[in-house]
Design a protein around this ligand. Structure first.
Ligand SMILES: [Zn+2]
Length: 97
């Protein structure tokens, strides 16, 4: 299930869920818009939602459906850290270029 849907169906405030993950609310809004959290945060989200929101829900989200690397290959867009730009992760080449 998408994170946004999970929170909306439960009327769970972003601030409350963010506190459970020990991240700030702005990070949760980025995850809700389809940005992929770090591996550690993906684990916390899966635990906090009783396995309802899994890593695949991020990698296969509509927000990532059209994402592309600079080389044109499909990519996953990760949530940036504070003050960092989003990073597109090439799914075909490692490393890309
Ligand atoms: Zn690439």
């Amino acid at each position: 299930m998408q994170l946004r849907q999970y929170l909306e169906e439960r009327n769970l405030p972003v601030a409350v869920f963010a506190a459970r993950l020990k991240v700030n609310a702005s990070s949760v809004y980025r995850y809700m818009s389809g940005r992929v959290p770090t591996t550690e945060i993906l684990r916390r989200i899966q635990r906090a939602t009783d396995d309802e929101v899994t890593p695949n829900d991020f990698f296969l989200s509509p927000a990532n459906a059209g994402a592309a690397c600079e080389c044109g290959a499909p990519a996953v867009v990760f949530a940036p850290g504070e003050g960092e730009p989003s990073r597109a992760w090439c799914l075909v080449h490692w490393p890309c270029r």
